[in-house]
Design a protein around this ligand. Structure first.
Ligand SMILES: [Zn+2]
Ligand SMILES: [Zn+2]
Ligand SMILES: [Zn+2]
Length: 371
C-alpha cells in the first residue's frame, strides 16, 4: 500500500484517513488517479481537490456510515464508488454490532480493490456485467443451525460477518490449525477463485499451463474437500504448498497462492513507500539479507527480483514482531515449488494487465473515431 501526503500541509496520510490530522482538511481516495485527495468544500455534498479545481467530486454513499472514504466524480450517475458498487448485500445496519463488523469488512474489501487496480486486473460489477462481473454478499448469521459458508460462486463472493469479530476469527484459526487468518486474506483468497474463472477457465492454453503446475482441477471438488477435512494435509505439504489448505484441491491451491501473491505485492509496496533499507551487520554475504526497496513492485517484471526483496523483509519484520512479543508476521515457508507457482500468478497477471490495457486503448480510440 502507498503512503499518501496531505496536499495542503504535507502531513503523512494513510489510505483510510478521512481528515488530515494536522490541518483538518477533508480527504478522499479517488481511484481514477489512485490518490488520496485533499479537498475543499464546494457545497454540502460536492468537493474539489485543492490543487485541481476543475474536477468536482462527492463521497461515495457509504461514507455516511463511515464505511468508505472513496470519491465519485459528480458527472458519474453512480452514488457508490468503484469498490462499493460491488456490494450486493450488506448486513442489516440498524443493528449497531453489524455496522462495526461491516466497517471492518469494507476496510479489507477496499484494500483488495486497491490492489486489483494497482495490478491492472479487469474489474467490473456484477450488476452491470451479470455474466462476468464481481459482487459481494456480506451476510450475518441469524440461526446457528444455518451456518454461512464463505466462498465464491459465479462471480458472487460470500463473506460471513462473524469473520470481522476478532475473537471468533482467532478461535476459528486455532480450531483449523491455521497460522494465518485475516480478513484481507479471505478477500484475496476468494477473489482468486473469481479470477480463475475469468482468466483461466475459458482459455485452453492457460488451462494446460495451470494443470502442469497446480494439478488437474477436474478432480471432484466436493470429494477432495471432504478428504481434506477428514484426513488433513500430508505431513510434508510445505514442500509443494503455501498452506495446508492449499493441498485440498488445485482450485484451493491456486486461491491460496493468488492470495499469497497479493500479500507479497502489497507489503513490498509498503516497504517501497517507506523507503526501507535492510542491511543487517551480523549477516554474512551468503545469507543475502541486505535489500533496498527502491522500486515500485508493480512495475517489476522479473519475479525472482521480487522474491529476493521479499525474504529479507520477512526476516526483519518477524524479528521486530518477536521483539514486541508478537507472533511472527510471516508464518510461512516458501519452497522452490511455491515460488514457481507464485511466478505463474505473476506472469499471468502481467499478461492480463497488458491485454486489459490494450483493450482500454482500443475502446478509447474507437470512441474517438466515432465522435
Ligand atoms: Zn493537512
Ligand atoms: Zn464506497
Ligand atoms: Zn477457496
Amino acid at each position: 500500500m502507498k503512503l499518501f501526503k496531505c496536499q495542503q500541509c504535507g502531513q503523512l496520510l494513510y489510505f483510510e484517513n478521512t481528515h488530515c490530522e494536522r490541518c483538518g482538511r477533508r480527504l478522499g481516495f479517488f481511484p481514477g488517479n489512485m490518490e488520496l485527495l485533499t479537498l475543499s468544500t464546494e457545497d454540502n455534498h460536492t468537493f474539489t481537490n485543492i490543487l485541481q479545481k476543475e474536477e468536482r467530486y462527492r463521497y461515495c454513499q457509504n461514507a455516511q456510515h463511515t464505511a468508505c472514504n472513496w470519491l465519485v466524480n459528480v458527472s458519474d450517475h453512480n452514488s457508490y464508488c468503484l469498490a462499493c458498487m460491488l456490494n450486493k448485500t450488506v448486513p442489516d445496519l440498524s443493528n449497531p454490532d453489524h455496522i462495526v463488523g461491516w466497517r471492518k469488512l469494507e476496510n479489507a474489501k477496499h484494500r483488495l480493490v486497491y490492489t486489483l487496480l494497482q495490478l491492472g486486473l479487469p474489474l467490473s460489477a456484477k450488476n452491470r456485467a451479470p455474466d462476468h462481473g464481481l459482487a459481494f454478499d456480506f451476510l450475518a448469521e441469524h440461526d446457528p443451525q444455518k451456518r454461512i459458508i464463505m466462498g465464491h460462486a459465479e462471480g458472487l463472493i460470500t463473506i460471513n460477518l462473524a469473520e470481522a469479530d476478532e475473537v471468533k476469527r482467532v478461535s476459528a484459526r486455532e480450531e483449523l490449525g491455521e497460522p494465518y487468518r485475516t480478513l484481507v486474506g479471505h478477500f484475496r483468497h476468494e477473489v482468486g477463485h473469481y479470477y480463475w474463472d475469468r482468466i483461466i477457465k475459458d482459455d485452453g492454453q492457460r488451462q494446460l499451463a495451470f494443470r502442469k503446475i497446480f494439478g488437474d482441477e477436474r478432480n471432484d471438488y466436493g470429494q477432495a474437500l471432504q478428504r481434506y477435512y477428514d484426513k488433513g494435509a500430508p505431513v510434508d505439504w510445505q514442500k509443494d504448498y503455501v498452506s495446508a489448505y492449499a493441498t485440498a484441491h488445485p482450485w484451493e491451491d491456486w486461491a491460496e497462492t493468488w492470495a499469497h501473491y497479493f500479500h507479497i505485492m502489497d507489503t513490498l509496496e509498503t516497504a517501497y513507500s517507506f523507503g526501507l533499507r535492510i542491511n543487517p551487520v551480523a549477516a554474512s554475504k551468503v545469507e543475502m539479507l541486505a535489500a533496498e526497496y527502491r522500486e515500485n513492485p508493480f512495475v517489476v517484471r522479473n519475479f525472482q527480483q521480487l522474491i529476493d526483496l521479499w525474504f529479507p523483509l520477512t526476516a526483519a519484520i518477524n524479528s521486530l514482531n518477536r521483539s514486541m512479543g508478537q507472533p511472527d508476521f510471516y508464518p510461512f515457508v516458501v519452497s522452490p515449488t511455491v515460488i514457481e507457482k507464485l511466478n505463474f500468478v505473476h506472469t499471468l497477471v502481467l499478461e492480463v494487465r497488458s491485454a486489459t490495457f490494450t483493450q482500454m486503448q482500443e475502446a478509447q480510440s474507437s470512441t474517438l473515431a466515432s465522435d
